[in-house]
Design a protein around this ligand. Sequence first.
Ligand SMILES: O=P(O)(O)OC[C@H]1O[C@H](OP(=O)(O)OP(=O)(O)O)[C@H](O)[C@@H]1O
Ligand code: HPA
Ligand SMILES: [Mg+2]
Length: 179
Amino acid sequence: MQQDLNKCLVGANEIKAKVKELGEQISKDYAGKDLLVIGILNGAVIFMADLIREITIPINIDFMAVSSYGATTESSGVVRILKDLDQSVENKHVLIVEDIIDSGLTLKYLVEILKSRGPASVKVCTLLDKPDRRKTEVHVDYNGFVIPDEFVVGYGLDYDEKYRHLQEIYVLKEEIYHS
Ligand SMILES: O=P(O)(O)OC[C@H]1O[C@H](OP(=O)(O)OP(=O)(O)O)[C@H](O)[C@@H]1O
Ligand code: HPA
Ligand SMILES: [Mg+2]
C-alpha cells in the first residue's frame, strides 16, 4: 500500500488539532440553536466522527450518501443520492460535513436540495478544500486545510474505495490511476 502513496500532505496530529479548532468554533457559533449536523457518506465518515466529539453543544446528527466519482479521479458531474436523510430539516440549522470540496459539484447539488426543504440555515464544513479544481462556485463556511491540485487519499478519502482507513492524508501516485 505504501508504494501507492507519495508524500504525506497532512499528518495525524495536524488533523487532530484542526478538528478540535473547528469543533470549538462551531460550538460557539451555534450555541442556543437547534443544530443538525449532516455527514456526507462515505468520505466524511472519519472526519464527522472526530468533529462531532469536539462539539460541546447539544446536536442531532444524520447522514446522506451521494456519489459522483466511482473508480476515477474526475467527477462524473452527475451526483446521485444513494441514501437520503432519516429526518426533516425544516426550521433546523443544518451543517453539511464533507471531507473535501474539489469541483464543488457535489456540494452545489447538496446545498440546493437541502435549501429547498425549508431549513432555518445551511452551512458547510469541510476538512479539505481544493480550490484550483472548482467547476462551480460554492461557499464554504468552515475549512480545515486548503490543498493543491493533487488527488489525495486517507482519513476517509478513497480511490476506488481503498485507503479510507489511513490516519494521515497522502497524495496518491499518478501511476495508480493512470495505469
Ligand atoms: O467537489 P466534488 O468534485 O464534487 O468532490 C467532492 C466529493 O467527492 C467525494 O465523494 P465521492 O463521490 O467520491 O463519494 P465517497 O464520499 O463515497 O468517496 C467527496 O467525499 C466529496 O463528497
Ligand atoms: O482528491 C480527492 N481524493 C479523494 N476523493 C476525492 N473526491 C474529490 N476529490 C478527491
Ligand atoms: Mg470517493
